[in-house]
Design a protein around this ligand. Structure first.
Ligand SMILES: [Mg+2]
Length: 120
C-alpha cells in the first residue's frame, strides 16, 4: 500500500509537480512559447471534457477534468515565474471567500456582485 494512498492533493502539490515535471522532461521554452502552448492545451483539454460529456463517456470526464486542472496550474505557474504574480492558492482562497459573500437571485439565475476591488 503506497504511503500516498489517501493523501489529499492540494493546488500547491499540483503546481509543484508541474514545475518539476517540466524540468525533469527537459522542456525549456521562452515565455511566449510556453504561455501559448499552455493556453492552447488548456483549451484543448476543456474541449475534451465537452466531447466526453457529449458522447456520454462519463468515465472519461474525471481524467479530462484532471487535464484541465493541470494545464490551468501550468498557466498560473508561468504567470508566477515570469511576472511574479500572487500564489494561486492565496488567490483561490480569497476568491472562495468572496463567493461566499455573494447572494444568488433564483429569478434571474445570477449572483449579485458585491463591491470588491479584487474580484468585481
Ligand atoms: Mg485530455
Amino acid at each position: 500500500m503506497g504511503k500516498n494512498k489517501n493523501k489529499e492533493i492540494t493546488i500547491n502539490d499540483i503546481q509543484k509537480w508541474e514545475r518539476s515535471f517540466t524540468k525533469r522532461k527537459g522542456i525549456t521554452q521562452d515565455e511566449e512559447t510556453a504561455i501559448k502552448i499552455a493556453v492552447f492545451k488548456l483549451i484543448e483539454e476543456v474541449g475534451e471534457v465537452s466531447k466526453a460529456i457529449l458522447e456520454e463517456q462519463w468515465d472519461e470526464v474525471p481524467a479530462e477534468v484532471s487535464d484541465v486542472i493541470v494545464f490551468a496550474c501550468k498557466v498560473a505557474n508561468l504567470a508566477e515565474k515570469f511576472h511574479k504574480t500572487e500564489k494561486l492558492n492565496n488567490v483561490l482562497q480569497r476568491k472562495m471567500n468572496y463567493c461566499e459573500t455573494r447572494k444568488y437571485n433564483a429569478k434571474i439565475k445570477k449572483f449579485d456582485k458585491p463591491k470588491n476591488e479584487k474580484f468585481k
